[in-house]
Ligand binder design. Structure first.
Ligand SMILES: Nc1nc2c(ncn2[C@@H]2O[C@H](COP(=O)(O)OP(=O)(O)OP(=O)(O)O)[C@@H](O)[C@H]2O)c(=O)[nH]1
Ligand SMILES: [Zn+2]
Length: 224
């Protein structure tokens, strides 16, 4: 189950704190109660959310999803990506498991923001792929960082994580920020005619471990 290639490092205590643990409350949902903890970035007031299920303080191997905001799919039901489904499946997993954390990070459009993501979509309608469109707009493929996620996990007392992701860069990003990743839990993705090229591009260009077809199946645990 565990990915032996995943580097293991001890958590580091950063001297500068980026976040304030601002507020928290239990929120009832169709899946059960989610402990909703809001963190505020000190430098700009931006708010990020941790949805916590069960006891995670001091725990090892906590199932964690580090999820980046995607207004178009999560609120409007866009079929151009797989974000909404991945969020849903992660919430299913942690609530059914009775323990886990879903971090909801406000880094829309892989960090370029909503307006620029829609500009990128307009370029994609002209034939550019998701990364080419970012570059045409003067952005790198992925502008996200994982320092905020790492600090949120540290403030929640999580000692190591089982990360729900298909993105190897996300694993590397968290490890680099001092969060030990014990193993990867694959996030199953359904494709549709609107997102299949996007998913293939992520697999080919940034090594996303996406199982698009039955023959891609492996034996690791799956979310969903
Ligand atoms: N710039 C840009 N961002 C996109 C596009 N499609 C989706 N996104 C954004 O990509 C991000 C998806 O992030 P994640 O859900 O963390 O997904 P991921 O990096 O593929 O990794 P995993 O889902 O963990 O495997 C969200 O912020 C979306 O808004 C696109 O075509 N262009
Ligand atoms: Zn999306």
């Amino acid at each position: 189950m565990s990915d032996s290639r995943t580097p293991q490092v001890l958590p580091t205590r950063k001297s500068t704190s980026l976040l304030e643990r601002f507020s928290e409350a239990d929120v009832p949902t169709g899946r059960g109660v989610l402990r909703t903890v809001v963190f505020r970035e000190k430098r700009n007031g931006r708010e990020h959310v941790a949805l916590v299920v069960g006891e995670v303080q001091g725990m090892e191997g906590v199932p964690v999803r580090v999820h980046s905001e995607c207004l178009t799919s999560e609120v409007f039901g866009s079929l151009k990506c797989d974000c909404r489904e991945q969020l849903d499946r992660a919430l299913d997993f942690v609530t059914q498991h009775g323990c886990g954390v879903v971090l909801y990070l406000r880094q829309e459009g892989r960090g370029i923001g909503l307006g620029n993501k829609i500009k990128a979509y307009a370029l994609q309608a002209q034939g550019l792929d998701t990364y080419e469109a970012n570059r045409k707009l003067g952005f790198p493929d992925d502008l996200r960082s994982y320092d905020i996620a790492a600090e949120m996990l540290r403030l929640l007392g999580v000692r190591s994580v089982d990360l729900i992701t298909n993105n190897p860069l996300k694993i590397a990003g968290l490890v680099e920020e001092g969060i030990p990743v014990r193993r990867r839990i694959p996030s199953r993705t359904e494709h549709n005619p609107h997102n299949v090229d996007y998913l293939k591009t992520k697999r080919e260009r940034t090594g996303h471990l996406i199982e698009l077809f039955a023959e891609d199946d492996d034996t690791e645990a799956k979310v969903g």
